[in-house]
Write a protein that binds this ligand. Structure first.
Ligand code: GTP
Ligand code: MG
Ligand code: ZN
Length: 336
């Protein structure tokens, strides 16, 4: 078992009784030295399903975590009963520092942001080519969230048996984002899983997109059933008899260190939490051109230096167009 010998927690100092009323003690001592390392696979009303070594352990947040919430993908430290036996419950005493955070708000003016997934390196933005219709604005929003959260985007276009990908490829082809196109037939003969898997190596990939685009279908094609059963995860059945995912779920890809994370369908991807000035960082090829911009330039205004810089041939005009499209995505309504 991996031990956390060197980790310390400064909260510890404050909670330690200071009997003599003298100066607070400053020596930071390791906390929960015997804590085990785990990963959060899914969260259901305060109950967290964690993977500890190769056991599924149910856990709850320890009170000392306060308002900090653990989310799917989080690396956590656990204490207590870690046998994984029925009706046992371990305690999560620490959430390790996250390497990435995928955030969204319900709407752009919603101040309440939620962390969808922690520690993912890649965001698979899944869009159906029909049923439901592709929604480029939603894709753009997911792209901004990916860039902002430190995730690399991957475009997954499903249901090419129902409609051609040409129009979407025209829109996104020049964005330099890797993409895959899958169909019902390719799902059936495993080609879809193979196509997608090529992009999953060495990564933790979160699948996001509108409800019904085929995220779970793809994840199921990637992960054998007995692995999925491990987590005891059940999907809700909608009024129309379709299964819809109600909570995010992380699943390991067999024989690798790779993970896929299925998430519930979203209607919108609010970006209230994202500072538009950060969007430019997703365009390293354009960033040097902002040197001549006025102070606090939004890069979507008249005096922006990027137009002239790009016109001089320093970067592909399509890239500037992409940046502007992403910047303006916040002001537009969904679905257009
Ligand atoms: N024709 C066609 N149907 C597909 C394809 N992929 C998935 N579907 C169907 O689309 C429907 C929705 O698929 P799901 O995988 O449940 O979609 P989801 O994105 O997980 O939906 P939520 O969990 O609600 O977010 C199911 O009936 C699938 O069989 C495809 O490539 N072609
Ligand atoms: Mg689903
Ligand atoms: Zn500018």
């Amino acid at each position: 078992m991996r031990r956390y010998g060197k980790h310390t927690d400064e909260d510890d100092i404050r909670s330690r009784p200071n009997r003599k009323g003298n100066r607070p003690r400053t020596n930071i001592r390791p906390k929960h030295e015997d804590a085990a390392e785990g990963m959060v696979l899914t969260v259901d009303r305060g109950r967290l399903t964690c993977l500890v070594e190769n056991r599924i352990v149910m856990a709850m947040k320890a009170r000392e975590l306060g308002r900090k919430a653990a989310v799917v993908g989080d690396r956590v430290a656990l204490v207590g009963d870690m046998s994984g036996k029925k009706d046992t419950l371990a305690r999560i005493v620490r959430i390790e520092e996250r390497t990435s955070v995928l955030r969204r708000t319900a709407d752009d003016d919603d101040p309440f942001e939620r962390v969808v997934v922690a520690n993912a390196d890649q965001l698979a933005i899944v869009t159906a080519l029909a049923d439901p219709e592709p929604r480029p604005r939603l894709i753009d929003r997911c792209l901004v969230a990916a860039f902002d959260g430190g995730l690399t985007p991957l475009l997954v276009m499903t249901k090419s048996d129902l409609a051609s990908p040409d129009k979407l490829l025209e829109l996104y082809g020049h964005l330099d984002i890797p993409y895959v196109v899958t169909s019902r037939e390719e799902l059936a003969n495993n080609d879809a899983a193979d196509l997608v898997r090529e992009h999953l190596t060495g990564r933790i990939t979160a699948f996001v997109g509108h409800s019904g685009v085929g995220k779970t279908t793809l994840v199921n094609a990637l992960v054998p059933e007995e692995r999925r059963r491990l987590t005891g995860h059940v999907n809700a059945v909608t009024g129309r008899g379709r299964h819809t995912t109600t909570s995010a779920l992380a699943l390991p890809l067999e024989g690798t260190d790779d993970w896929v994370i299925d998430t519930p369908g979203v209607r919108s991807f609010g970006l209230a939490h994202i500072d538009p000035s950060r969007v430019i960082h997703a365009f390293p090829d354009l960033e040097p051109g902002t040197v001549g911009c006025p102070r606090a330039c939004s890069h979507d205004e008249q005096d922006c230096a990027l137009d002239a810089w790009v016109a001089e041939g320093h970067a592909d005009p399509a890239r500037l167009y992409s940046l502007r499209r992403l910047l303006s995505t916040r002001e537009r309504t969904e679905g257009d």
